[in-house]
Design a protein around this ligand. Structure first.
Ligand SMILES: *Cc1c(COP(=O)(O)O)cnc(C)c1O
Length: 392
């Protein structure tokens, strides 16, 4: 392998120059200009949000997509369609972003934590089964880093007990399970367009569904409980304002048009990196199951054995990668160990199962942001080389 010094994609100091994120070009600039000049900056008078919704629904292969303020609100809206009470339970993996659990608490239901698989980091079907009770109303599988959960197993368990499945696709734009787009398998799916996600307008989210009733209810709820064509200030429900702006939607339309190309680059680079890192003793990349027909690659995740790296702490491991120009992170802490969910949990109702794997992954995973996967094949070799060098 080549020495870092000789490579053109590093700067003078030998630091890797990986692609910046967010990606944009004239398309975004022109889209924003178009909206500004139209003077229709909100969805009620413009057409950008509704055009984006139609395009995103077609892309995700669902009947409806509703643009909303963010992914967190999209989960809350989806759960509000279920009319949950204080005794109703919603199962979430402990290893996820805080919003997945918080949204359940926000709608006043009981949070139940289940564990994840130690190779895919996605909701474990066995743990899920043991977490189900007669009170379980919904399950929120999280497609971790864009790798689909084991949906046949999860859907079968849900169907047998009449439980609703809401897919958290915050990492999974364009990703698929056995040829089917994620978000189209449960009663609803949610997406995030926050700054770090696979397509972005800084903030933003979407709820997707094939169900008329869920789409209708969400449209009313996200618009302060008011029907779209209402001109009489007649509010049917106590909703809130979760509307996406025209400026965000205009940007997202351009971001969406670029996604397929970027997914192809990430897929090739992730496969290359899988091969390179698997050759380094003590490195174990997130596994990929055969049912993942399209991976989102929101993060490149792996675990390392401290023993194979002279007891190097994760903090030092990550600091080293960052100094080499690699956007590495420690990532999620398991939800059940959050102060917000600990002890008396300040009025939040929760229940937990055995969550050893979530704890293990929360302590040991290393994440590389997906912008690194938009680099060249040489960049992937250089990333592997940096990690190899850590071994001495
Ligand atoms: C980012 C994220 C969310 C929330 O999305 P926001 O748009 O930031 O509110 C929900 N779930 C997961 C798994 C996420 O990573």
């Amino acid at each position: 392998m080549m020495g870092l010094r000789k490579l053109t994609y590093t700067d003078e100091t030998g630091v890797l120059c990986l692609p910046a994120w967010p990606v944009f070009d004239n398309g975004e600039l022109e889209a924003v200009r178009r909206v500004i000049e139209s003077r229709n900056w909100w969805r009620m008078t413009g057409s950008e949000v509704s055009s984006f919704e139609a395009e995103f629904a077609a892309y995700q292969n669902v009947r409806f997509a509703i643009g909303v303020t963010n992914g967190t609100h999209a989960i809350e809206l989806a759960l509000r369609c279920l009319d949950l009470g204080a005794d109703d339970e919603v199962i979430v993996p402990s290893f996820t972003f805080m919003s997945t659990g918080c949204a359940v608490a926000a709608v006043g239901a009981k949070v139940v934590f289940a564990d994840v698989d130690d190779e895919t980091y996605c909701l474990d079907a066995g743990s899920l089964e043991s977490a189900i009770s007669s009170r379980t109303k919904a399950i929120i599988p999280v497609h971790m880093a864009g790798h689909s959960c084991d949906m046949d197993k999860i859907l079968a368990l849900a169907r047998a007990k009449d439980i609703h499945v809401l897919e958290d696709c915050a990492h999974a734009h364009g990703a698929e399970y056995r040829g089917r787009r994620l978000g189209s398998l449960g009663y609803a799916g949610i997406f995030s367009f926050q700054n770090g996600k696979l397509m972005t307008a800084g903030e933003g989210g979407a709820l997707v569904t094939c169900r008329d009733d869920v789409a209708k209810r969400t449209l009313v709820l996200h618009n302060c409980g008011r029907k779209f064509d209402d001109e009489d200030y007649l509010h049917e429900l106590c909703g809130t304002n979760n509307r996406l702006s025209e400026l965000q939607a205009a940007v997202l339309r351009v971001q969406l048009s670029r996604l397929d190309r970027q997914m192809e680059v990430r897929e090739n680079n992730a496969k290359l990196l899988d091969g390179l890192l698997s050759e380094i003793p003590g490195i174990k990349p997130q596994a990929r199951r055969e049912y993942v027909t399209r991976h989102g690659h929101y993060m490149y995740m792996f675990r390392y054995s401290t023993r194979a790296f002279s007891d190097l702490s994760r903090r030092d491991f990550i600091d080293y990668l960052r100094r080499a120009g690699i956007p590495a992170f420690r990532g999620f802490r398991p939800l059940h160990l959050m102060p917000a969910f600990e002890g008396l949990a300040k009025g939040i109702s929760l229940r937990r199962t055995d969550l050893k794997v979530s704890e293990l992954i929360g302590e040991s995973a290393v994440w590389i942001h997906h912008r690194a996967l938009l680099g060249t094949e040489e960049d992937m070799c250089a990333i592997a080389q940096v990690i190899k060098k850590l071994q001495g």
